[in-house]
Design a protein around this ligand. Structure first.
Ligand SMILES: [Zn+2]
Length: 108
């Protein structure tokens, strides 16, 4: 299991950032995919925006973008707000089951 996955399992959404070119490395890797520089892990602020969303029965699913180029699929928890493209969401929790990443997001 990678460092990213072991942290995700503990509920930490960690982002790899290149020490050389400062780019966010995504998908997560131990080396930068642009310059092969070493990376530094930091915790995400957990704020993203909705790129796309869909509804299946009572559950909303969404594609969310974090930082510049990190895109993840997650479940959107519905509060009193209505989901819209470009709306901001906060990562409420993340985990890993089997080989699947689980992200739960809430509208802010
Ligand atoms: Zn780099």
């Amino acid at each position: 299991m990678s460092f990213f996955e072991s942290e995700l399992k503990k509920g930490n959404f960690m982002i790899p950032e290149c020490l050389k070119c400062n780019d966010v490395v995504w998908p997560p890797s131990n080396f930068c995919n642009h310059c092969f520089g070493k990376i530094n892990w930091r915790k995400s602020d957990g704020i993203g925006k909705i790129i796309e969303f869909s509804k299946n029965k009572d559950t909303f699913f969404c594609l969310v973008e974090f930082e510049k180029n990190i895109k993840i699929l997650g479940t959107l928890k519905i509060n009193s707000k209505t989901p819209k493209i470009q709306k901001k969401v906060r990562l409420e929790s993340c985990s890993m089951q089997e080989k699947n990443y689980n992200f739960t997001l809430v509208l802010i």
